[in-house]
Design a protein around this ligand. Structure first.
Ligand SMILES: Cc1cc2nc3c(=O)[nH]c(=O)nc-3n(C[C@H](O)[C@H](O)[C@H](O)COP(=O)(O)O)c2cc1C
Length: 198
């Protein structure tokens, strides 16, 4: 697949079927498309990986699902990471996934995959703060990998009541904020690659 200049990979750091963060990730992908971008939602349930283990890597190399996700990321220039919060932290699933993605594969340097990519971070939680403590950590991790993370971010609190039956966000202000963030991401990608915005 050719890499489009405003193609955005969206995934959440939760695998569970009813994940609030996956709901938010799917919405973000919709909004990015409405803003004129191309967006792919990847469900990490479809990319199961063992916990990172240097011996396993030495013996068997990067796991197949990590290679598949690396290939998918290579086809996208933008990234939306939607992070649940576990004990004030990003989830082990998110950290493990990004750790595997950062590993070199064959002769390719792992971190090259993240350079020149632009991301934004979102979170959702049934709690009152929307998992906002995980946002700073997801931002820091992506920055360490070489990704440019936009300042705009969104934490969706009381997630059990935050979505309508149709799957949209119930609160108009939150809907508008998500719209704005996704527009800004697409706009930034278009500006960095002006031909794609025409
Ligand atoms: C180990 C563990 C720790 C958690 N810690 C927090 C927390 O610090 N803050 C918070 O808002 N929710 C916390 N939660 C609740 C999660 O936000 C909730 O399970 C949420 O639904 C997970 O995201 P998901 O719906 O996308 O799977 C925790 C859940 C687990 C399993």
């Amino acid at each position: 697949m050719d890499q489009s200049h405003n193609s955005i990979l969206v995934f959440a750091g939760s695998a569970r079927a009813d994940s609030f963060n996956k709901r938010l990730a799917r919405l973000a992908a919709d909004r990015a498309r409405e803003a004129g971008g191309m967006a792919t939602f990847a469900d990490l349930r479809d990319y199961p990986m063992p916990l990172y283990d240097g011996d396993l890597e030495r013996e068997q190399g990067v796991p197949e699902h990590a290679r598949r996700l690396k290939a998918l990321l290579a086809d996208h220039t933008g990234l939306v990471v939607v992070s649940p919060e576990y004990n004030g932290f990003i989830t082990p699933l998110l950290k493990n996934t990004l750790d595997w993605l950062s590993r070199p594969d064959d002769d390719r340097e792992g971190l090259a995959l993240f350079r020149n990519r632009v991301a934004c971070v979102l979170s959702a939680s049934p709690g009152g703060f929307g998992g906002m403590r995980s946002l700073a950590l997801a931002r820091q991790l992506l920055t360490n990998l070489g990704v440019t993370v936009l300042p705009d971010q969104l934490a969706v609190p009381r997630a059990a009541q935050a979505f309508t039956d149709a799957g949209d966000l119930a609160d108009q202000g939150t809907r508008e904020r998500l719209d704005q963030i996704c527009h800004r991401l697409v706009e930034t990608l278009n500006r960095l690659n002006p031909r794609a915005g025409r």
